[in-house]
Design a protein around this ligand. Structure first.
Ligand code: WT7
Length: 637
């Protein structure tokens, strides 16, 4: 076992101390010993967080796929790299060895090249959770094309926005994707998206479901036709450390999603480091992260982290509820999963079902459990511990973000203590701090404030694609010289962190990061909407749910409400995706505003949360009378 993987609390303390005392030596020693480089770096770290400008391993050359694939071939080539479990439990799973992975990724890479892709191009990937999705992501990395994976639950509008923002020239998609009993018509959605984009020259279509689609001559080709022609050896493109590896979009507090940019070397180094430490992966373990590759969790902890560590990583195409609510537990038994990493929202949904769904399966292979995406409440934590871990598995509550690239604050499985509802301690190399409202760092150990990170780490996002100014304003202006996470946190006397939730206009619904402004923009498109305000409120399964307040335009009577609600839901679904649909829509004659005309979302949030005694002073509002109207008309469960 590497000296960089903590095996005891003392070793963790030692690593942490070294990583803070001399971060550059720490990361250079780790990077030197644990990866293959085509050329070593000239300088470990060069940064100025006020600009911000961040460069890790400058001068180094590498290809991440040589680290995720080629280097394993002589040692563990026959070991399974990816277990593919299809949506339908009656369809056979696939065990893809590292040797098979090499062949498939190389063929895919040659296919993309033959179709015109080259280093630096942006390739959009809009695919279901099939092995070909993994091949395509890795093939992009192989040839130095920048992948932009768009979650296959997003609408055509979201897809076209992302394609346009990154000026992608190629799209890889599928005819459709299985999700439980349903099929998502991915190619049809993509066709709609492409009506509004002219940068895509080539579309590659995987046949997954066999549903009817139309192929556009000269633009669309079938995956199988092109793949079968491709050669299985493709040299890895030589990449500079700071070359872009991928763009991944995340919601922002204005309507426009932010294309977070991650670069080759730092991202590789830190996803590998954090994967091995947090999950304590041992050779031979079967590891399963239930996320979709369309999110950062899938990028870092289904693909790059586990594969660079030579792990066996499971990819599940389906949903937890199909064919029934026992599906996750059935998969754990079937593939003897040792490490299981999922989201609190899934845990809460599964905990609300009859226990017989769990108890019908043998879960004794499990050694470690993990959660990610939002704060986990005590009840859900205890259920996970008792019924899934049988009180014998450590639970790692991993706090991180699309922007951070890798896990930042988490216990280390079986090594450092886990504390229910606490993400606990920072990983080596990570320097969190809490800030007060006047922008000063809080020195007391036991405290509460806004969570920042005060020193660079290798996998941090480098910019927002095409908008460095927005990157600076969003993350580096609030607390100069520090990365601001947008989260609030508490710290206990031993330095353990408990994330309390977002302190900005982002709401985490079922683990998905949604920008309220983006939802408002979609709602405002409706001709009968004059104005809207969207807030989050606590929800027992989803963590948070969406409450939309709308002032209608023109003549309005209550009989119009049901059809309007339906149309607005469809509009939001169609514009962003079904995950963003409001749970409650209330029509009102006015929204509370400051004298300068700014909507007071704080008041609306309190009403949605049913905390009517915490509205504060409303008398200074421009239109205080609307508050009572909203309270009287509020929607409760
Ligand atoms: C936001 C980032 C990181 C992959 C999934 C989400 C919340 C994430 C935790 C956790 C409390 C958490 C934060 C964060 N979050 N993990 N363990 N405990 N909150 O990535 O979509 O970029 O969202 O998710 O609010 O800022 P994301």
């Amino acid at each position: 076992m590497s000296q960089f993987v903590a095996q005891s609390k003392t070793q963790y303390d030692g690593l942490y101390e070294e990583s803070i005392k001399n971060p550059e030596k720490f990361w250079s020693d780790f990077a030197e010993n644990e990866f293959i480089w085509q050329k070593k770096w000239d300088k470990i770290l060069d940064f100025d967080l006020r600009k911000p400008s961040i460069k890790w391993f400058e001068g180094a050359q590498l290809n991440i796929t040589e680290n995720c694939i080629d280097r394993h071939l002589d040692t563990i080539g026959d070991q399974t790299a990816i277990i593919f479990e299809p949506n339908n439990p009656n369809e056979a799973p696939q065990h893809i060895s590292y040797c098979d992975l090499a062949i498939n990724v190389n063929k895919t890479a040659n296919m993309l090249k033959a179709l015109g892709a080259k280093k630096g191009d942006r390739i959009c990937i809009y695919m279901p959770m099939t092995p070909e999705l993994a091949y395509t992501v890795l093939a992009c990395a192989r040839i130095g094309a920048i992948h932009s994976v768009v979650f296959a639950g997003f609408s055509s509008k979201s897809l076209s926005d992302r394609i346009l923002d990154a000026q992608c020239t190629m799209l890889v998609t599928a005819d459709g994707g299985y999700r439980g009993q349903k099929i998502t018509p991915l190619k049809e959605i993509a066709d709609q998206a492409l009506e509004n984009t002219d940068c895509i020259k080539q579309v590659v279509v995987l046949k997954r479901t066999g549903i009817n689609i139309t192929m556009q001559e000269g633009r669309d080709v079938w995956w199988h036709n092109e793949f079968n022609k491709a050669n299985d050896e493709c040299p890895a493109e030589v990449m500079d450390a700071e070359d872009m590896l991928f763009i991944l979009y995340t919601s922002g507090s204005t309507g426009k999603p932010k294309g977070m940019v991650h670069t080759c070397a730092g991202y590789m180094v830190y996803t590998n480091f954090s994967f091995r430490n947090v999950f304590q992966y041992q050779q031979g373990d079967v590891y399963w992260c239930t996320a979709d590759i369309g999110w950062i969790t899938g990028h870092s902890y289904i693909l790059y982290g586990p594969l660079s560590a030579g792990a066996t990583t499971l990819m599940f195409e389906g949903v937890p509820s199909y064919p029934d609510m026992g599906r996750f537990w059935q998969i754990i038994e079937k593939h003897k999963v040792n490490i299981f990493y999922t989201a609190p929202t899934a845990i809460r949904a599964l905990a609300s079902c009859d226990l017989s769904f769990v108890n019908s399966y043998n879960l004794s292979s499990l050694k470690t459990l993990g959660t990610v995406g939002e704060p986990i409440n005590l009840e859900a934590w205890q259920w996970y511990d008792e019924h899934i871990g049988k009180k014998e598995c450590p639970i790692v509550d991993t706090w991180w973000q699309t922007e951070t690239g890798g896990i930042m604050i988490s216990s280390i499985a079986g090594v450092t203590e886990d504390i229910p509802t606490f993400a606990t301690l920072p990983l080596p190399g990570i320097q969190p701090c809490l800030m007060d409202d006047s922008g000063n760092e809080i020195q007391e150990k036991e405290s509460e404030g806004k969570l920042c990170i005060k020193y660079p780490w290798p996998s941090m996002a480098r910019t927002i694609y095409g908008d460095h100014q927005r990157f600076k304003e969003t993350y580096y202006n609030t607390f100069e010289g520090n990365y601001f996470t947008g989260d609030g946190a508490k710290r206990d006397k031993n330095g353990n962190y408990r994330i309390t939730g977002r302190v900005d206009d982002i709401v985490i619904v079922s683990g998905h990061n949604l920008g309220t402004a983006e939802i408002e923009n979609a709602i405002n498109e409706h001709p009968r909407v004059a104005e809207s305000a969207v807030v989050g409120y606590p929800h027992s399964i989803k963590g948070n749910a969406i409450y939309a307040y709308i002032t209608p335009r023109g003549e309005f009577d209550d009989s119009a409400i049901p059809s309007l609600q339906k149309e607005i839901n469809e509009l939001v679904s169609g514009t962003i995706g079904p995950i963003s649909k409001p749970d409650k829509i209330q029509f009102t004659n006015g929204l509370p505003k400051t004298r300068s005309g700014k909507i007071m979302r704080r008041i609306l949030r309190k009403i949605a949360e049913n905390e009517l005694d915490k509205l504060g002073d409303t008398s200074t509002l421009l239109n205080p009378e609307c508050v009572q109207e909203i309270i009287d008309g509020r929607l409760t469960d």
